[in-house]
Ligand binder design. Structure first.
Ligand code: ZN
Length: 307
């Protein structure tokens, strides 16, 4: 396996050249589980896929995975400004920048639009994309349904691209946006949930934006899928994902926020997509989630023992 060793050495050298070290960043412990509020957490890993000293905990009560401790919101802001794309480029060994991300998003957008179009009972007349960046995905929905899309994102230079394409843009984060009386038929949170610092608050904000007969689309990377693909938990962890969800914890977050899943799908790269309609909040099945947490932890330990 000489070539494999060489390529992993080369990858480590590329990552080292990025010059980022999470140990030098301000961090804070995560005291409470963002899904169930529990404080019983199990430490399952000490490293991430980049080789950084990043620790993963799993909530024993519900199975939600999260980095703990993790960088502060300010540190993540600086990370996304200067480090994130060079780091991901170094990991994959190819340039990943605003342009290549947009190209990849076109394929993703086409797939999601097709699926959502068949799953929705009727065409939406309004749409907001949370963390919608340059508006590639919102634009694909706008063309498919003949509507004017709204993009909400904290990055002004990315919003400028969306505005130039004719979209309404709102700067900021979902939790800080006050929709007033305004409601949207479709609210999107695409490839973003794992990157959030507070999933529960963001879903709560989304629920306040959605029309009574409206729907939301969210997707999450399944940590179980990544564990099986990489063979060890360290391969599934990355500093850019504060949260690690599964089908069960994703659905529990939605139920708690007042979304009823109407359709779901798994993509080839391990993302669960959920189309959910506005509903009354429902208490998740904690016993089932605890059983799922036990099974996931057993899988992690079994792979460590053999790996
Ligand atoms: Zn929990």
């Amino acid at each position: 396996m000489a070539t494999g060793v060489r390529s992993s050495d080369e990858r480590a050298a590329r990552i080292a050249a990025v010059g980022f070290d999470p140990l030098e960043q301000p961090t804070a412990p995560v005291e409470r589980c963002n899904l169930c509020g529990g404080a019983h957490k199990v430490r399952v890993g000490e490293r991430d896929r980049y080789g950084y000293a990043v620790a993963l905990s799993v909530c024993a009560r519900c199975g939600l995975g999260f980095l703990d401790p993790r960088m502060t919101a300010e540190a993540y802001g600086a990370f996304y400004d200067g480090t994130y794309r060079p780091l991901v480029s170094a990991y994959h060994g190819r340039l990943i920048d605003a342009e290549t991300v947009q190209q990849e998003q076109h394929g993703y957008a086409a797939e999601i639009v097709d699926w959502v179009a068949t799953a929705l009972p009727r065409a939406p007349a309004s749409l907001i994309d949370i963390g919608g960046s340059t508006g590639v995905i919102a634009g694909a929905f706008a063309r498919a349904f003949g509507l004017r899309a709204t993009v909400l994102d904290p990055a002004p230079d990315e919003l400028a691209v969306a505005a130039a394409a004719g979209m309404e843009t709102i700067p900021g984060f979902a939790e800080d946006y006050d929709p007033g009386e305004r409601r949207f038929d479709l609210v999107l949170l695409c490839q973003t949930m794992d990157h959030l610092l507070d999933v529960r608050s963001t879903l709560g904000a989304m629920r306040r934006m959605v029309a009574d007969d409206g729907a939301a689309f969210v997707d999450v990377l399944d940590v179980g899928f990544m564990l099986r693909r990489r063979g060890r938990i360290e391969g599934a962890v990355k500093v850019d994902h504060p949260f690690y969800l599964t089908r069960a914890t994703g659905r529990a977050f939605l139920a708690q926020a007042g979304f009823a899943v109407a359709a779901e799908r798994m993509s080839g790269d391990g993302h669960w997509g959920f189309l959910a309609r506005a509903a009354e909040p429902v208490e998740p099945d904690w016993a089932a989630l605890a059983a799922g947490a036990d099974a996931f932890l057993a899988d992690v330990w079994a792979r460590r023992a053999t790996g």
